[in-house]
Ligand binder design. Structure first.
Ligand SMILES: [Zn+2]
Length: 153
């Protein structure tokens, strides 16, 4: 017991919330499945991790509902807020790769090999990012709507 650094718990919460579409003003009640992970130090005890997991799950319910596709006009609210972190991460990865390639090229390859490396390495990272980013975005979107059950009252 004493070697354990912390307690990690996963909680799923089924909660009801109201979705409102910023575009067509449609609103509807929905039941959403939220998933949260709670971590606490061993000293804080089991209950804290469970509590945090439940808190995160409730937050996930609200987030899921905010990014939901409108059942009436199919508009996805919170679009920019959803996409922005991925776009920023892509830019950061590409920028990081350029800097990294530049530094490595200087140190290891000397002047001749440097030019090619500086060009191809960031290109490879950018290409990878372009492929991976929409894939994970699509996955999250599908996953997002799959956890919403629209209620008809
Ligand atoms: Zn709508």
């Amino acid at each position: 017991m004493f070697g354990q650094a912390g307690v990690q718990t996963v909680a799923t919460v089924k909660d009801r919330g109201t979705f409102s579409c910023p575009r067509c003003r449609h609103w509807q009640r929905a039941e959403v499945m939220g998933v949260g992970i709670g971590v606490s130090t061993h000293l804080a005890g089991d209950g804290t991790a469970r509590e945090r997991a439940r808190e995160n799950a409730s937050r996930d319910v609200r987030r899921t509902l905010r990014f939901a596709t409108c059942p009436r006009c199919k508009h996805r609210s919170g679009h920019a807020a959803f996409v922005l972190p991925y776009v920023l991460a892509s830019f950061a990865a590409t920028a990081g790769a350029i800097v990294f390639a530049f530094v490595v090229a200087r140190v290891k390859h000397g002047e001749d090999g440097a030019a090619a490396f500086q060009l191809y390495f960031p290109l490879a990272v950018a290409a990878l990012t372009v492929v991976v980013t929409p894939a994970s975005l699509l996955h999250r979107w599908r996953h997002n709507d799959a956890r919403i059950r629209w209620l008809d009252f």
